[in-house]
Ligand binder design. Structure first.
Ligand SMILES: [Zn+2]
Length: 104
């Protein structure tokens, strides 16, 4: 399971291990800021748009029609998004993005 979040203190630059239970800095008690893991930050707007359509239940041909791309092009973007997030299948990619709150 890849780490989805990093926790930062913007005051003293402390970086915490992923732990959703702890939201204050152990050094200065400043609130920690949650950021998406690097693999999720790498997704571009087009990839997120396609993943959002998959969440709506659209299949590849429908997604291609909706955004006016060829199925091959949609497939290439999904392949790239899977490579960036370290996921193997499209359902796995969608689940990973939902957990990371990349998509709404
Ligand atoms: Zn701090």
């Amino acid at each position: 399971m890849p780490k989805l979040y990093r926790w930062f203190c913007t005051f003293c630059t402390f970086e915490a291990a992923t732990n959703p239970q702890r939201t204050t800095c152990p050094r200065c008690s400043h609130a920690l800021e949650r950021r998406l893991a690097t693999s999720m930050e790498k997704l571009n707007a087009d990839e997120i748009k396609i993943i959002n359509l998959m969440v709506e239940g659209l299949r590849m041909p429908q997604i291609a029609e909706r955004i006016g791309w060829s199925e091959d092009k949609v497939g290439r973007y999904l392949q790239e998004a899977r490579a960036k997030t370290g996921t193997k299948t499209n359902p796995e990619l969608v689940a990973e993005c939902m957990r990371a709150e990349v998509i709404q």
